[in-house]
Write a protein that binds this ligand. Structure first.
Ligand code: BDR
Ligand code: CA
Length: 311
């Protein structure tokens, strides 16, 4: 059966690959793409989402503008990773498709209220501002969400924007706290799993040599964002974070993890946005997330290539 999903995103090259993977997959029905400020400011994430949809050819996918800043903080962006546009690496044409007039938060609320309960999965790939704001504005929707599969957080891998925190959770910890306390079934793809899906020369070369423009574009994006991570981590490739969310929905058997309690640090300056994960079960706090920590990386990259080639 097709799964109905809403992708909440701040594209970003890895968000872009995730969106393309979803749009290429018959198992998933993308009801809408909701944009949020994150990797780059909101105007750019909207522009990038329009470019990505146009590139995919699925131009009827509705795109919504969401929150332009975190719930209670100034925006932190990540141009140092993704470039000035957020999608540096290749020049795409100016997109023609228009965005919807409804605010992303209202789209999320209205769609959940109008659909059968537990029939929609939310897929956040950026800071959780839109989802946190929707849950604050309309607490009744929590019972209607089927599940949330999100990219964010870290435990053993600790942090990538500060020594203690992963970017998406760091940017809007208050929104993350709302989501992690919502009681909604949560599947979390933290750095512990995304650092196991490092891009590599063979994969990028395979994409470059495909007679398929989308594969060639993904190769160019990958080559761009790799430069930062390869320098930082001293690895051959860079983590392809966000497609983990979509790959999990398509083939959860690619992944392994543990059901645990995860709380968000919002108070400390030093550890703001840390996902405090009770991996060893040392507290009696109740389980609220399936926290992924392992992945079949070969299967993951094969899934992405196979699907992208079909677009
Ligand atoms: C996350 O931060 C962003 O830069 C990526 O798009 C990903 O969602 C990784 O920490
Ligand atoms: Ca992202």
């Amino acid at each position: 059966m097709r799964q109905n999903i809403i992708i909440d995103t701040d594209p970003g090259q890895d968000d872009a690959v995730a969106i393309l993977l979803a749009l290429a997959s018959p198992e998933l029905e993308v009801l809408g793409i909701t944009c949020v400020a994150g990797n780059v400011p909101l105007t750019k994430t909207i522009y990038n989402a329009r470019q990505i949809c146009e590139l995919s050819g699925k131009i009827k996918t509705p795109i919504f503008a969401g929150c332009d800043r975190p719930m209670r903080r100034d925006l932190t962006t990540a141009e140092h990773v993704h470039g000035k546009t957020g999608l540096d690496g290749v020049t795409l044409p100016e997109p023609k498709i228009k965005i919807e007039t409804t605010h992303a938060v209202d789209f999320i609320i209205e769609t959940l209220r109008a659909s059968p309960s537990k029939s929609i999965t939310l897929c956040p790939l950026g800071p959780l501002t839109n989802i946190g704001t929707a849950l604050k504005k309309a607490p009744d929707i929590a019972d209607r969400v089927q599940k949330i599969v999100l990219m964010g957080g870290a435990y053993f891998e600790v942090g990538n924007i500060t020594p203690a925190a992963e970017f998406n959770i760091y940017v809007d910890p208050e929104a993350a706290e709302i989501v992690f306390k919502s009681g909604i079934e949560l599947i979390v793809a933290p750095l512990d799993v995304t650092h196991k899906v490092l891009t590599n020369n063979e994969w990028v070369s395979e994409l470059k040599t495909q007679d398929n423009y989308i594969c060639n574009v993904v190769a160019a994006w990958t080559s761009f964002f790799e430069r930062f991570d390869t320098e930082k981590y001293g690895t051959q490739g860079a983590p392809l974070h966000d497609p983990c969310v979509i790959a999990y929905l398509i083939d959860p058997d690619l992944f392994a993890g543990r059901s645990i309690n995860v709380e968000i640090e919002t108070k400390s300056k030093l550890t703001r946005g840390m996902t405090v994960a009770d991996w060893w079960g040392v507290t009696d706090r109740s389980i609220n997330a399936l926290f992924l920590n392992n992945v079949d990386a070969i299967g993951y990259f094969k899934l992405i290539t196979d699907r992208l080639r079909k677009l």
